[in-house]
Design a protein around this ligand. Structure first.
Ligand code: HAM
Length: 418
């Protein structure tokens, strides 16, 4: 038997209501902040990610789904969508808008990670990117938006961690200090971190193999920020306080992508075990230029939809009602009339169903209406057909009444009032 690939899964109809709820909430909230949707391809040239995310990152060095197509091009299934959105923005010159360009996306991403609860190889992100502003108020605005998004999903008890990773002039200072601090314990680091020690010791702060235990008392990024980066971070924090967004400074928060500078942030939850990041993001003021575009700053975040779904409160996005009408027929003459009745009800916007087998017993049809949790049954028997009427039964309470079959307007009206 052929089964779904490890690390992927099917989202079945019982669950898809939750996904639609989360996506609709994102679209509704993001619109209030002026975001418009962008959809980019799910595969891109490999170089976009190796240059954009950074060769030394876990994502690029061991998690990408990379393959050659029949024309010999190296392609990669997108492991994230900031680099693709930047590529598209450069390609289509989206930086022309006088104010800042604000884009959001919803879709699948691919990383070859060890699957576990909340961690998939094909997972889904809802993300946003803002281009054109270096102002701390822009950082605070999208961080605030991320908290509104979670609140409107009904997700509570989250923890917002913020940090600044500085810029290319102050980060080297930190790198050296961290190397100095870790030098006496270099032999105890995991093999990956020994390599990271040489290439980019900041990655050690993100080690999943336990090297973080060596960081107690280590120097922090915040201590080494230069004056402009420190002022920027303080202004972001002041703005968050002004907007009443509770947050905590996490001096070791670096994030696993190289394009970040200055502000980084994550929202964590206690309910997901090890995979506790519901969303993460930050500022990337050099990325557009690094990928060949104009000098345009950017900031954004992405949220793992799979993790959001696991964190939704009970009942969120679950369908509560069934069809507006189930049309039950009795007798050969009624079936054809019922087909047209269902068609007409649907044209008027109602959810209407009937059994497509003309021979089904009335009992079986009523049982089906029950299973579907239909709100009303419309009976169309010999008697009704002759009188040109329909018998309406409200399933809840069992009230029953008659309406002229020609007056669907009235039927729809009565039903929407009921
Ligand atoms: P990221 O932190 O790599 O950032 O991913 C963002 C979110 O995607 C995570 O917080 C998590 O919720 C979810 N996620 C990541 N990997 C997996 C996985 N294997 N399974 C399930 N969920 C996962 C980025 O991707 C950046 N592009 C975010 C960004 C946008 N920064 C600026 N703009």
């Amino acid at each position: 038997m052929i089964q779904a690939i490890k690390g992927t899964r099917d989202i079945l109809p019982e669950e898809s209501g939750k996904w639609q709820f989360a996506e609709a909430t994102a679209r509704r909230v993001f619109r209030r902040y002026g975001f418009r949707e962008i959809r980019t391809p799910i595969f891109e040239s490999t170089e976009l990610f190796s240059r954009g995310i950074g060769e030394g990152t876990d994502i690029v060095s061991k998690e990408m789904y990379t393959f050659s197509d029949r024309g010999g091009r190296s392609l990669t299934l997108r492991p994230e969508n900031t680099a693709p959105v930047v590529r598209a923005a450069i390609e289509h010159n989206l930086f022309q808008r006088a104010d800042s360009e604000r884009l959001y996306y919803i879709g699948p991403m691919f990383r070859y990670e060890r699957p576990q609860k909340g961690r998939m190889r094909q997972f889904h992100q809802i993300g946003v990117e803002v281009f054109g502003s270096v102002e701390p108020a822009a950082d605070a605005e999208i961080i605030e938006m991320s908290t509104v998004f979670l609140r409107e999903l009904g997700i509570t008890g989250t923890d917002l961690a913020v940090n600044s990773v500085g810029c290319e002039s102050c980060r080297p200072v930190y790198r050296e200090r961290l190397r100095g601090f870790l030098a006496p314990r270099l032999d105890e680091l995991c093999p990956d971190c020994r390599r990271r020690y040489q290439e980019n010791p900041l990655r050690i702060l993100d080690c999943k193999a336990g090297c973080r235990r060596f960081l107690d008392g280590s120097p922090t990024l915040l201590e080494t920020l230069d004056a402009p980066c420190r002022d920027h971070f303080e202004a972001v924090r002041r703005c968050l306080e002004h907007l009443s967004v509770p947050h905590r400074v996490e001096p070791h928060l670096v994030r696993g992508l190289d394009y970040y500078m200055r502000t980084t942030f994550e929202v964590l939850t206690a309910n997901l075990g090890a995979q506790n990041a519901l969303l993460g993001g930050g500022r990337y003021d050099r990325l557009v230029e690094d990928l060949g575009g104009p000098s345009v700053p950017g900031i954004g975040f992405a949220s793992g939809l799979d993790r959001l779904i696991l964190s939704l409160p009970a009942g969120a996005g679950e369908a509560t009602a069934g069809p507006d009408f189930f049309v039950a027929v009795q007798g050969p003459g009624s079936f054809d009339q019922a087909l047209r009745l269902v068609q007409e009800l649907r044209r008027r916007g109602a959810w209407a169903e009937m059994d497509s087998n003309p021979g089904r017993s009335l009992r079986a049809q009523t049982r089906r209406a029950d299973q579907l949790r239909a709100r009303h049954i419309l009976f169309l028997g010999e008697e009704e057909t002759r009188k040109g009427e329909l018998t309406v039964r409200q399933m809840e309470g069992g009230t029953q009444w008659e309406v002229p079959a020609s007056d669907l307007e009235r039927l729809m009206g009565e039903v929407s009032r009921g």
